[in-house]
Design a protein around this ligand. Structure first.
Ligand code: MG
Ligand code: MG
Length: 261
């Protein structure tokens, strides 16, 4: 599959979709607390997206049944919202996509449910740092492998492992486009980062070993050792003047600060 580079106008449409994802995740964040059912979070997200003129990207995608992927503790990604109730000490990755004006936006954030163990909290901190390192590396003229390497290096230096089976991706008129954006790789390898490249960078980092398996529902990806896994994702665009991060955690973090007060 060839990479489809985006025009400035197309990038602005992807930004609109990505911003709505950020606002949706913030709306969901308000309800992340012990006792909430993951299906309730999904309902909030679907309503919010539709109220703001978007459509959930994930619902119906290859038959996925929900608006959000809600992945608790040892679930890496693609958890299906349902009757599961969040309890204190859990971590929960919430992944959301919005389709609007012909383009998708994609972003994910891993939340703590009440106080969590320090070792788990550190996994979240380091996984988010992996994303930051990737953003710092993703400059025009560098190679995709440099970005992949930056994620892997930071995760492994902290004693964590990188999921191999799932990767980031191009974003545009389709939710998943070329190129694949692995969270592991070699510096100097892969395509050169060119103007108009829009990709979702999404480190998935495990506290224990790297192995994962797909559960019988055909979607849920869980660590083999049942240890926790974290996931953060931004949709970004390569530009000559520097990386343009199209999604945002700003709204989410406002809610998290309010919740902690
Ligand atoms: Mg996503
Ligand atoms: Mg994605």
């Amino acid at each position: 599959m060839a990479i489809i580079y985006k025009t400035d106008e197309e990038v602005e449409l992807i930004r609109s979709s990505s911003l709505l994802v950020g606002k949706t995740l913030a709306e969901v964040a308000k309800s992340i607390k012990p006792g909430v059912r993951t299906s309730e979070l999904d309902k909030i997200a679907e309503q919010f997206i539709c109220d703001h003129g978007g459509k959930p990207s994930f619902k119906g995608y290859n038959g996925f049944p929900a608006t959000l992927c809600v992945s608790v503790n040892s679930v890496v990604v693609h958890g299906i919202p349902g009757d599961e109730v969040l309890t204190e000490g859990d971590i929960v990755s919430v992944d959301c996509g919005v389709f609007m004006n012909g383009f998708h936006g994609d972003s994910a954030y891993t939340f703590e449910v009440g106080p969590v163990k320090p070792e788990v909290s550190n996994l979240l901190k380091v996984t988010k740092e992996c994303l930051t390192k990737a953003l710092e590396t993703a400059e025009l003229g560098r190679r995709l492998g440099d970005v992949s390497y930056a994620v892997q290096e930071h995760a492994e230096r902290n004693g964590y492992s990188v999921v191999r089976e799932l990767v980031g991706h191009g974003v545009g008129r389709n939710l998943h486009e070329a190129p694949e954006v692995p969270n592991f790789g070699k510096r100097g390898s892969g395509p050169v980062l060119q103007k108009g490249l829009v990709i979702a960078i999404e480190p998935m980092i495990n506290l224990g070993k790297k192995g994962v398996r797909t559960e019988r529902d055909g979607w849920t990806i869980r660590t083999l050792d049942k240890m926790p896994s974290a996931h953060f994702e931004h949709t970004v665009c390569i530009k000559p003047e520097g990386l343009d991060v199209l999604s945002t955690f700003e709204y989410i973090e406002e809610v998290l600060i309010e919740n902690s007060n």
